[in-house]
Design a protein around this ligand. Structure first.
Ligand code: ATP
Ligand code: MG
Length: 411
């Protein structure tokens, strides 16, 4: 679990601001859910035999002996909340959320125990046009962030529940015939969650999988049609994708479309955004059958990617507009007065007043991430000022300061 320090939060805020603009452009509304839920909610949605539920949840009893869990993801909570507030029946909803998620994993680069997701969930729309919209939204975000050439869209279809059940049996039969070549996790999952075996990174298991029956060859006709419509719409919008027949996702509730945006720039933790369709989930959690689709992105990984590729604009790292200092201690009251005067005149301005020695004032201002440095001086009992923009000084009478600062910030 990490602390995020002010220099980094500037990057987080830039990221969040950009995401918010894109979500607004698609008419998504923000929903805020609690970070704890009843444990049962996650067991019933994510699935009992998944990594998350088997070994990653932070679960505890409250004072009533009720089992609660720090949310490991947002979709289940979002469905719970939307259902509880009557937002699903006979309606369409486009929702987004952001915040911390908790998973007891082995911490490493891009994988933490408290991490952050921004997620999108849309309800009441069963067509492939919604899948295409959700993917287009994410693609637009990568464009806004300058990431589009650094990420790849991987797509697959999991078909209907029924098609998957039939395929599941075929896969079990095939894998059972090669039991001795499977890794321990895969053996354990063979009967409880065989599709997850497709995801195994074990070389011996991967060898066996080369000849395994493919889900793609066993899809139901409606799902095939849905997938064909989706890929046609993506192509019409110029969104490139690769079909990854082994993409299955680690959560049980998906059907039909699943997708991931991946990158090669982060090492092993290459998935920055993942999602798909989950038409059965609302009913599974006790609501009236309502189709849904969405995705969640990993904020830490995306920020790491922006930093690695040096894509954060310099201006976004500047957290101050003006750094105001006095030439000598006696002018400290004038520094305070000038700062207040600037705040009155320019309500959006971000000012920090300097209350310590003057040594290295220029580099202190730069360290503070300020665009401008203002030095208050006195000459022959007259107050004057020097305004630095970068290395360029400008000498000013005190009554010119407000205008000069306003002009410099506009430019
Ligand atoms: P992975 O395969 O990397 O474990 P996942 O399938 O468990 O990912 P999801 O549950 O789909 O991940 O979560 C969506 C996104 O959230 C991931 O693509 C990733 O960017 C991010 N994410 C998931 N777990 C973590 C974590 N422990 N730390 C940081 N980011 C994470
Ligand atoms: Mg995981």
């Amino acid at each position: 679990m990490n602390d995020v320090l002010p220099q980094e939060t500037a990057v987080w805020q830039y990221f969040e601001k950009t995401v918010k603009q894109v979500l607004d452009a698609y008419g998504y509304g923000e929903i805020r859910m609690p970070i704890v839920e009843q444990t049962q909610l996650f067991k019933r949605s994510i699935g009992e035999v998944t990594d998350i539920v088997e070994k990653e949840m932070y679960t505890f009893e409250d004072r009533n002996g009720e089992s609660l869990t720090l949310r490991p993801e947002g979709t289940a909570s979002c469905v719970r909340a939307a259902e509880e507030h009557g937002m699903l029946f006979n309606q369409t909803q486009r929702l987004w959320y952001q915040g911390p998620m908790f998973r007891y994993e082995k911490p490493q680069k891009g994988r933490y125990r408290q991490f952050h997701q921004i997620g999108v969930e849309a309800f009441g729309m069963a067509g492939a046009d919604l899948d295409a919209e959700v993917i287009a939204l994410s693609a637009r975000l990568w464009k806004s962030l300058g990431l589009i050439d650094h990420v790849t869209l991987e797509l697959n279809s999991l078909g209907s529940q029924e098609a998957r059940a039939a395929y599941r049996q075929l896969l079990i039969d095939y894998l059972s015939a090669h039991l001795d070549q499977l890794d321990e996790d895969s053996k354990r999952r063979l009967h409880s969650n065989p599709l997850r075996v497709l995801d195994s990174k074990d070389p011996s298991t991967q060898e066996v999988l080369k000849n395994a029956p493919m889900l793609q060859d066993h899809l139901d006709d409606e799902s095939k049609q849905h997938f064909a419509e989706l890929t046609a719409m993506l192509e019409a919008q110029g969104i490139r994708y690769v079909i990854n027949p082994r993409l299955v996702r680690g959560l049980d509730y998906y059907n039909r479309t699943v997708f991931e945006w991946t990158t090669n720039a982060l090492g092993a933790q290459g998935t920055v955004c993942a999602g798909g369709r989950y038409d059965g989930l609302v009913a599974q959690l006790g609501g009236k059958a309502t189709p849904g689709a969405g995705f969640a992105m990993g904020v830490e990984r995306l920020i790491l990617l922006l930093e690695t590729l040096e894509l954060v604009p310099v201006s976004e790292r500047e957290t101050l507009d003006v750094y105001v200092a006095a030439e000598h201690k006696g002018l400290q009251p004038q520094v305070l007065a000038m700062s207040e005067q600037l705040r009155d005149a320019l309500p959006e301005i971000r000012i920090r007043s300097h209350f310590a020695g003057l040594k290295n004032i220029g580099s202190k201002a730069r360290m503070a991430g300020s665009k401008l440095t203002l030095l208050i001086k006195s000459r022959d009992d007259e107050l004057t000022a020097t305004l630095w923009q970068g290395d360029t000084p400008q000498e000013l009478a005190i009554n010119q300061v407000v205008d000069a600062v306003a002009t410099a910030l506009k430019g």
